[in-house]
Design a protein around this ligand. Structure first.
Ligand code: FAD
Length: 390
């Protein structure tokens, strides 16, 4: 019986296990995950949002399937998923631009996204002001908005439903950490475990999130994935209550969205670089230096805003092109990757898990061609850039 070991059991590992058990009940699937609380996983610490507004067709298509899956989650994971609904709030994303060139670019991208089934609209400043009169738009030229299929959902519900359904279909969850991948010739022969012992494998899937690069180094291979800290602030702004607001991506690098009567807001730090894998201290200075001024400038009612708390999570940051690295490793054909998602892996989990399972079971991508995101481009040093990284 083919033994598949999945290293990392957050959303990506759970999705691969879900699809594998569905596609081939004859496989022996084991997910190795050290922390059942998921306290420091990107999955638990994410902003839990989905959008069709990407700059590469493959990422649009991946999220198109993601939203379909999220809408019908209970049916996909029935009967054992145990999560009746992911509480999808379809508020949309709004990308603002401050330049004419940016507005033309939004038009081009919106046409590409619509050709793939998205509903993206580009609004000029007057159109934006009519729809969101509480925003300050003097410096804005245009914005692109997704009126459907974009918004926020229950991240941990997605993980739990996939995990429960895969378990019910036979996948085993092992509480342990992989300390090394053992190479034998051109294959991964086994994984070594922190609690002792060695597990032989026919197939290994790297779903180790921000630690995916470190895992690869244990078998002497490079993967350009490193942890980068992102701090999200929970903002109380009594003067700004707009529960139907979209997730706004500001030209300043700020993003913000409503959350249960408050707001979530974040920005990329000016000095962005790799962080220690166990450093989860929020970057409090970012609030005063960047996030609050940008919020104050963009919308009414943020004058008296307070950051009531904040948390830091890690992007699995792909330093080559900030895009996912997916599928079979050309030099190690029984090793598969679901890595490097930066800030958009949660929504990609349904399509990526399905794709990896297809490669393992059928030998190739079947429902969606994910080859632009394959490992070969990384080995060749050929970036496939996604410009809409939030
Ligand atoms: C602040 C923030 C905001 C985000 N917002 C969004 C968003 O709005 N929308 C979106 O789509 N995405 C978002 N993302 C990205 C998204 O959360 C991730 O891309 C996605 O959760 C990746 O899932 P994963 O399973 O690959 O990684 P993770 O969730 O990080 O899980 C990796 C798992 O691997 C385990 N592991 C690591 N090393 C080993 C080992 N050696 N042995 C065994 N197990 C191991 C870990 O314990 C962990 O549970 C955000 C991320 C962050 C940090």
């Amino acid at each position: 019986m083919t033994e598949v070991l999945i290293v990392g059991g957050a959303v990506m590992g759970a999705s691969v296990a879900f699809w594998l058990t569905r596609m081939d009940p004859g496989l022996r699937v084991t997910v190795i995950e050290p922390d059942p609380s998921y306290a420091t996983s990107s999955t638990a610490l994410s902003a839990a949002a989905i959008r069709s507004q990407f700059t590469t067709p493959v990422n649009v298509a991946i999220s198109r399937f993601g939203v379909e899956f999220i809408r019908d989650f209970a049916a996909w994971t029935a009967p054992a998923g145990g999560v009746p609904d992911l509480g999808f709030r379809e508020n949309g994303y709004l990308f603002l631009t401050a330049t004419e060139a940016g507005a033309r670019q939004l038009d081009t991208l919106a046409a590409m996204q619509r050709s793939l089934g998205a509903a993206t609209q580009v609004l000029d400043r007057a159109g934006l002001a009519a729809r969101w009169p509480w925003m300050a738009l003097d410096d804005v030229v245009a914005g692109s908005f997704g009126p459907r299929d974009e918004g926020f959902f229950d991240n941990m519900g997605l993980l739990a439903g996939l995990r429960n359904a895969s378990r019910a279909a036979g996948a085993v969850w092992l509480r342990d950490r992989v300390t090394a991948l053992e190479r034998e010739g051109g294959r991964v022969a086994a994984v070594l475990l922190e609690q002792g012992g060695r597990r032989a494998a026919d197939v290994v899937v790297n779903c180790a999130g921000p630690r995916a690069g470190a895992l690869m180094r244990t078998m002497g291979l490079d993967l350009p994935v490193e942890p980068r800290k992102r701090t999200i602030f929970v903002v109380d702004a009594p003067g700004a209550r707009h529960p139907d607001a979209p997730l706004v991506v500001d030209p300043s690098g700020l993003w913000f969205r409503p959350e249960h009567g408050q707001w979530l807001a974040a920005a990329v730090p000016a000095c962005d670089g790799p962080c220690a894998p166990d450093d989860f201290d929020p970057d409090h200075a970012l609030w005063e230096d960047h996030v609050w001024p940008a919020l104050y400038n963009r919308a009414e009612g943020f004058g008296a805003a307070r950051a009531v708390r904040g948390w830091a999570g890690h992007y699995a940051f792909n330093t080559l092109d900030q895009n996912a690295i997916l599928g079979r490793h050309p030099l190690v054909p029984n090793l598969y990757h679901a890595n490097g998602f930066s800030g958009h892996g949660l929504q990609q989990a349904p399509a990526v898990g399905r794709g990896i399972a297809e490669q393992i079971v059928h030998g190739d991508w079947v429902t969606l061609d994910l080859s632009p995101l394959g490992v070969q481009r990384v080995l060749d040093g050929r970036p496939f850039a996604e410009a809409a990284i939030v």
